[in-house]
Design a protein around this ligand. Structure first.
Ligand SMILES: NC(=O)c1ccc[n+]([C@@H]2O[C@H](COP(=O)([O-])OP(=O)(O)OC[C@H]3O[C@@H](n4cnc5c(N)ncnc54)[C@H](OP(=O)(O)O)[C@@H]3O)[C@@H](O)[C@H]2O)c1
Length: 272
């Protein structure tokens, strides 16, 4: 049976999700997008002719099985409140990808009646279908809606369901903000490579392919990262010399502090 999926907001994240969904669709999806900016909608139409576009959010959600709220957190209340009357007459699954907006507030802004809501935290590699999304569903979400939410987010990468909404702060600290930590490591390694005499291009390729290869190897291996690290660290070798410098310099402790700072900030933003 055809499922109607409406995206509110046609920005980067919505387009990443639409791109993944269109690639996987075997004719069962009716994808709609609403955004006040005509130029955003024009880009959507040019990329995916089958996607319906709207400038009126209310018209776009009529009869939708799923409504994906893909606007910035600061305008979420403004976007949700005008949809209250429309939602009284339909049992749409609400999926929010906005950072730091909790289910209690979403529910309140959408009218306060019991409704199925999934809150998720994707990350930017979703833009290249290699994202990592943490999800939490409230009690109103049925098994079918659970699977529907899963299939939408899986279109842009991997998914992890969480047992409590609070864990989304930890997810934000680890995978939500995580790409930036790896970019910092890449940047530092590229600069260090250049200081060893490599050109910028040589250093870039060596660093990026090594990051990609290490992640792929770790994902495909049944061993944990610590075991993989030990396996490539020969006694008295080059890797050991580098790792000793990093560990003695406090890298593991720094990561612990950095992730705690990100989690604290996520809680602060949610409560502000
Ligand atoms: N980007 C990420 O890496 C990332 C990661 C995790 C979570 N998220 C979350 O994903 C959400 C979207 O992020 P994004 O990066 O895709 O933002 P974005 O590119 O700014 O997209 C938001 C879109 O919503 C549109 N919009 C504004 N007011 C609207 C309204 N009243 N009705 C419908 N659409 C409206 C915006 O139009 P205008 O441009 O004209 O304002 C824009 O096209 C955010 O809540 C963010 O927290 C993003």
């Amino acid at each position: 049976m055809t499922k109607i999926i409406t995206f509110i907001g046609a920005g980067n994240m919505a387009r990443a999700l639409i791109s993944g969904l269109v690639q996987e669709d075997n004719g069962n999806l009716n994808i709609r997008v609403a955004d006040p900016t005509e130029s955003q909608l024009e880009e959507v139409k040019q990329s995916w002719g089958s996607v319906e576009t709207f400038t009126d959010n209310s018209r776009a959600i009529a009869g939708a099985d799923v409504i994906v709220l893909a606007v910035k957190p600061q305008i979420m209340k403004l976007v949700c409140e005008p949809l209250q009357d429309d939602l009284k007459n339909q049992n749409s699954l609400i999926i929010s990808i906005a950072a730091g907006v909790n289910i209690a507030n979403l529910n309140l802004w959408l009218g306060g009646q019991a409704m199925p809501i999934v809150r998720c935290m994707p990350n930017t590699p979703a833009l290249v279908q290699a994202g990592m999304t943490g999800l939490y569903a409230n009690q109103e979400v049925s098994n079918t809606q659970h699977e529907l939410a899963e299939s939408i987010l899986r279109a842009v990468g991997s998914t992890l369901w969480l047992s409590s909404e609070d864990k989304l702060d930890a997810v934000t600290a680890v995978s939500g903000s995580g790409p930036a930590y790896y970019f910092l490591v890449m940047e530092a390694m590229q600069d260090a490579g250049q200081k060893l005499g490599l050109t910028a291009e040589e250093s870039r390729l060596l660093v990026l392919q090594t990051a990609f290869g290490a992640a792929k190897l770790a994902l495909e291996s049944s061993d944990d990262a610590g075991t993989l690290r030990q396996r490539v660290t020969s006694k008295g070798g080059t890797t050991e010399a580098a790792l000793k410098t990093l560990i003695e310099g406090g890298l593991p402790d720094l990561f612990e502090k950095a992730l705690k700072a990100a989690e604290n900030r996520s809680v602060e933003l949610k409560n502000s």
